[in-house]
Design a protein around this ligand. Structure first.
Ligand SMILES: Nc1ncnc2c1ncn2[C@@H]1O[C@H](COP(=O)(O)OP(=O)(O)OP(=O)(O)O)[C@@H](O)[C@H]1O
Ligand SMILES: [Mg+2]
Length: 453
């Protein structure tokens, strides 16, 4: 029930208002002074404060300002005589929710109250969501309760304390960047910069000047001296993303930094000491690069001191419901929308799907569903279409591969699928489907009956 506190120095007006609002079904308390109101506010929780502006001793405005620390989620509506609307407008500028002129228009009062209460409950829900998003199974925004992820949490905690070079591996969208940040933020270098650079997004020579900087005149256009990312990361961490995409020449220079902790700017002669922790990541198969050429073996061993391998989402399905829940809350919160829940069918579908784009794909799918949904439960049709078809074919494959079924079961299952898809392709025309499959109409009829198609 919505709780309203009314503050009004005129006792008749006050009791009238209290009565009207009680009749409308609100939980109401009245106070004839701001002081009395403050006492009530200290004891009880209210959703809306409806207060007169002009009162002896303490004004409505002063009362409002006191509530900012006392009850920050409270919505305040001020009431004032028509002649002093200016004060009311001033109050709005200072964050009061709305103002009403006296004598009150009751219809207007109810409309504004309902609006305030609506926003109020959303605000409270958001506070609750924020708490939930923060706590459960999360480590620096990395979510997961499965054994694989939990083990990665403890690796991060341990590795963060060291200075060792880390190589993070995993398919696209598995959270490599998140892990790199978590390591930095849990390390003694947390107060120093974390410099991130994606090696794949620069052409070779540009990448070199980005990483190591350049001196004036190093190349045409180099009009002054520029520090590279290694120097910018001094005392902190550098995160070299997509390290598998670097050229031979960059690899040689990286090797040197790792061995000697020194760099030279492009076009320069001076060696500069750098105190930087190196974290790298790649979604490529570096070992393949070693045998086929393209990646230096000595660099590989230097980088791979501590490997962290992030499993693809399909190998840790136990985290899917948790991630769905997390993203629905997070995205609703970011967009100031009330949180919705997933229908069981939707969760089942997500559990069956392969998620080639891993957590990133799941996050995008949830966002899509929230936007396309109608604010109620998220149904399978609110999710991107290919997830449904992907999940269905994965379920079929599961059936065909499962150990608990007989050969005969599987053959019949496959036969049913063949018939189903042929009939679908012919828009439900069964005799046409029979022709396409080159079976007699009689056989077709028999199978339709058998499989209840
Ligand atoms: N375990 C997780 N918990 C919460 N969010 C995650 C998790 N893993 C990934 N994400 C989210 O998924 C998205 C992709 O993650 P990230 O950028 O870290 O992936 P990546 O492995 O670096 O991918 P790529 O190889 O494509 O660069 C981000 O929005 C990230 O916040
Ligand atoms: Mg990345």
């Amino acid at each position: 029930m919505a709780r309203i506190l009314i503050v009004e120095d005129d006792r008749n007006t006050l009791s009238g208002l209290v009565e009207i609002l009680l009749e409308e079904g609100y939980a109401v308390q009245g106070a004839h002074s701001a002081k009395k109101a403050l006492k009530l506010l200290a004891k009880e929780q209210f959703d809306v404060l409806l207060t007169d502006l002009k009162m002896p001793e303490m004004s409505g405005m002063e009362l409002y300002e006191r509530t900012l620390t006392l009850a920050p989620e409270l919505k305040t509506i001020v009431m004032t005589a028509y002649s002093s609307v200016k004060d009311a407008v001033e109050a709005m500028k200072r964050g009061v929710y709305e103002y009403l002129t006296k004598p009150l228009d009751l219809d207007e009062l109810f409309v504004i109250l309902e609006k305030a209460l609506g926003e109020q409950s959303l605000a409270r829900e958001n506070i609750e969501l924020r708490k939930q998003v923060k706590s459960t199974y999360s480590f620096q925004n990395i979510i997961g309760k499965g054994e694989a992820i939990q083990r990665i949490f403890s690796t991060i905690t341990k590795v963060a304390k060291t200075q060792s070079t880390v190589l993070i591996r995993g398919e696209s969208g598995t959270g490599k960047e998140l892990v790199a940040r978590a390591i930095h933020h849990n390390s003694p270098r947390a107060g120093k910069p974390l410099v991130e650079i994606s090696c794949a997004s620069f052409p070779e020579t540009l990448l070199e000047s980005e990483l190591f900087g350049y001196e004036k005149g190093a190349f045409t256009g180099a009009e002054g001296t520029k520090k590279g990312r290694f120097e910018l990361a001094e005392g902190g961490t550098i995160f070299l993303d997509e390290i598998g995409d670097t050229s031979e020449s960059v690899q040689v220079k990286l090797l040197r930094v790792l061995q000697e902790r020194q760099i030279t700017r492009l076009g320069g002669t001076e060696t500069i000491d750098v105190d930087v922790r190196v974290i790298t990541a790649t979604n490529r198969d570096l070992e393949k690069g070693l045998t086929e050429g393209g990646f230096r073996e000595d660099l590989y061993y230097r980088l791979n001191v501590i490997p962290i391998v992030l499993p693809p989402l399909r190998d840790r399905r136990e985290d899917i419901p948790l991630l769905l829940d997390y993203f629905v809350k997070k995205i609703s919160l970011d967009n100031k929308l009330p949180a919705v829940s997933f229908a069981d069918k939707t969760v089942e579908m997500c559990l069956a799907y392969q998620w080639p784009g891993n957590v990133r794909e799941l996050e995008n799918a949830v966002e899509n569903a929230i936007v396309l949904g109608d604010g109620a439960e998220i149904l399978p049709e609110h999710m991107p279409f290919h997830i449904g078809t992907g999940a269905a074919s994965a379920a079929k494959l599961d059936f065909l591969k499962s150990k608990g079924r007989t050969f005969r079961d599987k053959v019949e299952f496959a036969e049913k699928l063949i018939l189903q898809s042929a009939i679908e392709n012919e828009s439900g025309n069964k005799s046409k489907a029979a022709k396409v499959l080159d079976i007699s109409l009689r056989t077709m009829r028999y199978k339709i009956k058998k499989y209840e198609l």
